[in-house]
Write a protein that binds this ligand. Structure first.
Ligand code: HEM
Length: 157
């Protein structure tokens, strides 16, 4: 596929994004079984919920109610590589469908939330794998990063 990519996210194209992303997740050998084990018979509830979730993050709409941390706590066998795969698949799906400036509006929260899910799962001294750190650079290479060096303190001049 490569029709023109969206410049502006809206409820309709977010719905298409969510369904396309979870099609890829379900077909993926690493992620598919993890999701299917939990969501078997419940995909029809999960997907509309994820549309509301992304619409609330990207469009500022109010519809999503839930606790993202809590939903992931019971997942068995999830390792850092699952998060890396999730982020890669999501990035590919987003970048296929949106212009770069719009893609960043999805990827920034995705990376931030993935980071916080990993820290609570693997412990506060866990280091986010470099391949995940590199993803944001891939779509937004010119943006200053939060962890970029600041002016050195203690320098009197
Ligand atoms: C290794 C990566 C991930 C896996 C395997 C995973 C798996 C799942 C599963 C199985 C559920 C359904 C839980 C249930 O209803 O019982 C779920 C829910 C959800 N996931 Fe993930 N997830 C991952 C990463 C993420 C990331 C990075 C985000 C956000 C950017 C996210 C956002 C959500 C949200 C919003 C829900 C719905 C929570 C609710 O019930 O309100 N997930 N996830």
């Amino acid at each position: 596929m490569s029709p023109a990519r969206h410049r502006e996210p809206n409820a309709e194209n977010i719905r298409e994004l969510v369904y396309a992303f979870y099609d890829r997740v379900r077909a993926d050998a690493l992620l598919g079984p993890v999701f299917d084990a939990v969501l078997q018979g419940r995909w029809d509830d999960h997907l509309p919920k994820m549309c509301l979730f992304w619409s609330s993050l990207v469009l500022g709409e109010k519809g999503y109610r839930g606790n993202v941390q809590q939903a992931h706590q019971p997942l068995a066998g999830v390792e850092p590589r699952h998060f890396s795969r999730w982020l890669h698949l999501f990035l590919d799906t987003v970048c296929d469908r949106y212009e770069p400036a719009a893609a960043v509006r999805f990827m920034e929260p995705a990376l931030r939330i993935a980071q916080s899910l990993q820290l609570s799962r693997f412990g506060w001294d866990y280091t986010i794998p470099p391949e995940q750190q590199a993803l944001l650079e891939r779509i937004a290479p010119k943006r200053a990063r939060d962890d970029s060096p600041h002016e050195r303190s203690g320098d009197e001049r």
